[in-house]
Design a protein. Structure first.
Length: 45
């Protein structure tokens, strides 16, 4: 995303990896992880 002029942030919380777009009028990002039983979860906000 830095190539498109967006500043991003990556946070790791246990099994979850969250990538956020910073300094943008909307707080969009993605998260991906395995919260339980090895099930992969992917979300966009």
């Amino acid at each position: 995303m830095e190539l498109l002029g967006f500043e991003t942030n990556i946070e790791i919380h246990g099994d979850m990896v969250v990538s956020k777009i910073l300094k943008y009028k909307y707080q969009h990002g993605v998260w991906i992880g395995e919260p339980c039983n090895g099930i992969k979860i992917f979300g966009v906000f």
